[in-house]
Design a protein around this ligand. Sequence first.
Ligand code: ADP
Length: 465
Amino acid sequence: MGNPVWLGRRPLRVRLTAWFVLLLGLGLLLFSGFLYVQLKLSLFTQLDATLKLTASYANNHLDQQQARPAFGRIQNLTRYLNQGNFAARLLTPTGSVWAGLGHYRSVPIWVPAAAGYKTLPADETVWRIYSQPIQSADHFGRGQRLGWLQIAQSLDPVRAAEAKFLQQVFFSLPLVLLVAGWGGWFLANQALRPIDRITRTAQAVGTRDFSQRIGYQGPADEVGRLATTFDQMLDRIQAAFERERRFTADVSHELRTPLAVIKGQIGVALAQHYDPCDYKHTLQGIEQGVDRLIRLTNDLLFLTRLDQGRIQRPMELLNFSQLLDAVVEQVQILTKFKRVHLIVEIAPDLRVSGNPDHLIRLFLNLLDNAVKYTPAGQVRVQAGRQGTEVCTVIQDTGLGISPEHLPHLFKRFYRVERARDRRTGGAGLGLALAYEITRLHNGRLSVHSELNRGTRFTVHLPTEA
Ligand code: ADP
């Protein structure tokens, strides 16, 4: 429902109260109107019944022995009529009065066509008249109409009762509306107070400070849900903001180290007179640093694209056994320089739907880690079908990971021991990438590890079916 122009710009609590008072006022007016009509009807019904009863009482007092009818036993009748402020009269068919009792002279003359009621205004009051025919009794029980018996009563008491009712309504209505308006204002204030708090909290949330919360303590109604949702939204924004900040700090830190190394190498080379062999050696060092930077930026680009949903779930049907064999072959070269024995047990013709590049990246990361963190020992690669999935286990007998690190292992830039990694040179993105790639393929990646005993990574990927 739209608001009237004068309400359009007012605060919500004013509009709510105004609508409440307006609708309540309208409702009360309609209800009072209904009561008024009911009261009027009931008063008239009551009055008409009394007039009819009185007419039958007066009829019993009629003396029809004479040529023209007259009231008999007048004392009794007069007492009865006076008690109820009635007027009674006997009328000829032409409208002349034969006889009358009470204030019958003030009642205007009116000759009815048939028995019934009539409301007639006079100078000072309005009369309600009941007319009843006077019949002459003949031998056959049929009578001839001689004239009319009329009983009248002033409508003043009815009018007074109506006026009193209206007066009470018109005096009490503003009072009721005033109390209702105050109540409405109070309730609107109560209901809108948390919204004010939400507004203040939203205003207090700065570009860097997301620590403010509404902390609503109350029933879980619409406003309660709004406040809770707002707090949850702030929680999410704060978490995202913290993640972003950590991520940016980690990225800059990871970029700074190789860049500093490269700059140092270039500085040294420029400052000295090298022979070509030394230059070649320096350039090789720089190349390694650049390679590391390229790897890092590629990884970051891939993660960012994943976050933005720009990398869709790949649906190419692959011979997974061949793919894994190729990865193992690449890693085999690394083991040549270490005392690491690689055991490979890959079932033939395993099928998986996915993206070969992403899957190679995933298993290269896991196998590379297994070899990297196993100074001496063995690395076992097993792959086989398990129901509707292909399960790959990469198990090493290397350094292992202590339990407190395991929950954070798949987070970006998370490294177990910085000193250990600086030596081996990882940025802490390998497992985060592995985790995201598995998720992209609707698979699962889990880890089990014991310090100084070894680590087992298990990858479940759905098969083609
Ligand atoms: P990084 O590039 O530093 O290896 P990852 O994300 O691949 O980063 O691994 C995160 C951390 O998990 C590493 O710093 C390493 O300490 C630990 N880690 C990963 N794989 C193994 C493993 N097979 N054995 C022991 N530690 C591991």
